[in-house]
Structure formats: structure tokens, C-alpha cells
Design a protein around this ligand. Structure first.
Ligand code: ZN
Length: 364
């Protein structure tokens, strides 16, 4: 782990699709008492207030997510990034979310001139020697670069960076050969996801914001779509930047995808949740395990989607996430967090009980 406050599901030895994320440095506002009703009010007023709250939840006029499907530079960057990792024989290049990229590239090269093929190979080589040696989530300046490329959308030129030359060199070839297919992949993924968000999104949003006592961005949470991202199929990084891969094999389809977009977006609250848990552990003279907040997100997002769509098996259960470094949290979460999600007690009581169960003895 290379970044303080970061959490990342381990890639080592894993064969199932997965996703990986990082605590952001900004965040929403904690409001654990937002559902409290003053006791002095009469029952009718209480009922009226609760009704208004319910109406407000049902009538959210802005979208929950703001999906971006046509970010040319972001898509080209990720394609070159995963091809560079394949060229470097990085172990994660065999993961399902990215394994098809070299074949995708080879198929497109068939119709190109030798000059174009050489230009493309040069761009991939530049990535192999540069960004593809780094981790998109934890290694600077890749997070900042991802943000700048997303902001550039489909501009004529990419923003200034160490890979600007490579991107400009590859751009006309990518635009001619792969971009129409990759953009169509993004659109198809979005069409499918919109149906699920329309059907279940408001209910999942209510469950997770109520469980965490946090506020969702009023204008919706941005989700940037890219045919490829990294081995994980989706990631979050600083600045609340969430990128989701749309290629088959990325593990982001259907209800898994719905859980993933909510899961990744919940990382916007990492700083606040980690602070609360760390303080709970400190009060009893113990240390907070670094991955607890991540386990909490896996549990809460999976539980929320399962509640609104009972056929959904939570991602962590379906893909063996617990056995990849989070096993110690599974039973404590069932013991104290699940009853809270079922309506018993308060968030802070549940978090304190959770910290008490899993916090480690201080060595000092
Ligand atoms: Zn996560």
C-alpha cells in the first residue's frame, strides 16, 4: 500500500473480477442526526415531517449519477495504459478486465499502413516505459492525469502531460480504428445501467445514505466510462474521480455493476468514516485496521443492492473478496453492522461496537 488513507483490494493471486479504490481527500458532510425529529413536536407534525422526508427522497429531481460516455482522451489513455502493461508482462495484464486488450489492438492494426502501425507501437512503447509502470490509483501523477484527461473530454488536443506526445501520436489512429467501437461499448453499458438505476437507484441511495448518515452530491455523482480501465475493472481516485470499465469481462455488468458504481461512490466518504472509526479505536486504546472502512463499504453496498433486488448476491460474497484480506471483518460486520442496517440502534453505536471487535492492541 503506497498511499496513506488508501484502501485497495489486493490483486495478488486473485482470479475473479474485482475493483479497487482509494480514499479521496475531499468529501461529503457527515450528518448522523439528519433523521432525528424533535420530541416536542406532536405526532401529527412528526408524521407530516416524515412524509415530507419520504416525498423528498422519492422526488429527487437530479440524477443520482452523471455518466460520461464520450471522453475520447480518457478512453485512449486507458487503452494505451493496459496495452503498455501487457507489453511489460505485468501479472495483472492477464486479469479478465484487461486480458482482451492486446487482441483488440491486434485486430485493429490489420487495416493500417506500416507508418500508422509504427506510430501506434511507439505510443504503446512510451506508455510501457512510463505510466504503465505505475498504478493508476496509488501512484502520482496518474490520478491528476486521469482527472485532466476526463476534463478534456473530446477536445482537439490533450492536456499537457508526460504522455501528451504519445497521446497525440496515437489519437488519429485510435479515432479511426477503435474509438467508434469503444464509444459504442460505453453507450451499451450505459443503456443497460440506466435501466437498473431507474429501477433501483433511489432505493439503494436511500439505504446507503441513511446507513452512513452522509449526504449525496446534489448534482449527482460523476461516473466516467472507459472501455478499459485497469485490472480491477473500476477504480476511484483523488478528487472523487470514478472510472468504470465497460468491456465484457470487466465484471461491471448488471446488478454487479450497480453495486460497483454505488460502492465506488461511497469512497467519497472514506475520510469521515475512517476518522470516526479511528477515534472509536483510540478511545479504547487500540489501533484501527486499515481495511475496515473498505470492508464496511463492501458489506453496506452489497447489502443495499440485495435488499432491493433479492436475486443479487453481494459482490464480496460472489467473488471471494472476504478471503482476500478482509476475512477478519466478515463475522463482526454480521454481528454488529447488519443489525444496524436492519434498523436497530444508531450508526455511531454500531461503528463503535465494530471498532471494538476488530481493533488491534496497540504495541506501544
Ligand atoms: Zn472499495
Amino acid at each position: 500500500m503506497k498511499a496513506a488513507g488508501a484502501s485497495c483490494e489486493t490483486e495478488a493471486g486473485a482470479s475473479a473480477p474485482a475493483f479497487c479504490l482509494r480514499a479521496n481527500r475531499g468529501g461529503g458532510t457527515a450528518s448522523n442526526d439528519q433523521m432525528n425529529v424533535p420530541k416536542v413536536l406532536g405526532l401529527l407534525l412528526v408524521a407530516a415531517q416524515l412524509s415530507l422526508i419520504a416525498q423528498g427522497q422519492e422526488s429527487r429531481s437530479t440524477p443520482i449519477f452523471k455518466f460520461e460516455t464520450n471522453e475520447f482522451w480518457l478512453n485512449l489513455h486507458h487503452f494505451l495504459y493496459v496495452l503498455g502493461r501487457a507489453e511489460n508482462h505485468a501479472r495483472d495484464a492477464a486479469r479478465a478486465a484487461v486480458a482482451s486488450a492486446p487482441d483488440d489492438a491486434t485486430a485493429g492494426l490489420v487495416g493500417l499502413t506500416e507508418k500508422e502501425r509504427n506510430s501506434w507501437a511507439d505510443a504503446v512503447a512510451a506508455y510501457a516505459k512510463g505510466p504503465s509502470q505505475k498504478d493508476l490509483v496509488f501512484d502520482e501523477p496518474l490520478a491528476a492525469l486521469t482527472g485532466a484527461l476526463a476534463a478534456a473530454k473530446d477536445a482537439k488536443t490533450p492536456p499537457s502531460s508526460e504522455v501528451r506526445t504519445a497521446l497525440e501520436q496515437a489519437a488519429p489512429i485510435y479515432r479511426k480504428v477503435w474509438w467508434p467501437k469503444h464509444e459504442a461499448t460505453n453507450q451499451a453499458w450505459l443503456s443497460s445501467m440506466r435501466t437498473l438505476v431507474d429501477r433501483h437507484g433511489q432505493a439503494v441511495l436511500r439505504l446507503i445514505t441513511h446507513a452512513y448518515g452522509m449526504e449525496w452530491p446534489a448534482s449527482g455523482y460523476p461516473v466516467h466510462l472507459s472501455a478499459y480501465t485497469n485490472w480491477a475493472g473500476a477504480y476511484s481516485t483523488s478528487g472523487n474521480l470514478l472510472v468504470v470499465a465497460t468491456k465484457a469481462g470487466a465484471g461491471t455488468k448488471d446488478l454487479d455493476g450497480l453495486e460497483i458504481v454505488f460502492h465506488e461512490a461511497m469512497h467519497q466518504w472514506d475520510d469521515q468514516m475512517i476518522q470516526i472509526l479511528r477515534e472509536d479505536a483510540r478511545k479504547i486504546g487500540k489501533l484501527l485496521p486499515p481495511d475496515l472502512s473498505h470492508a464496511l463499504i463492501f458489506f453496506t453496498a452489497g447489502d443495499a443492492v440485495h435488499r432491493v433486488a433479492p436475486e443479487h448476491v453481494p459482490y464480496a460474497d460472489a467473488y471471494g473478496i472476504w478471503s482476500r484480506g478482509l476475512k477478519r471483518f466478515q463475522v463482526p460486520l454480521q454481528q454488529v453492522w447488519k443489525p444496524y442496517l436492519d434498523g436497530h440502534g444508531t450508526r455511531d453505536e454500531a461503528l463503535a461496537a465494530l471498532a471494538a471487535l476488530v481493533a488491534a492492541e496497540s504495541k506501544q
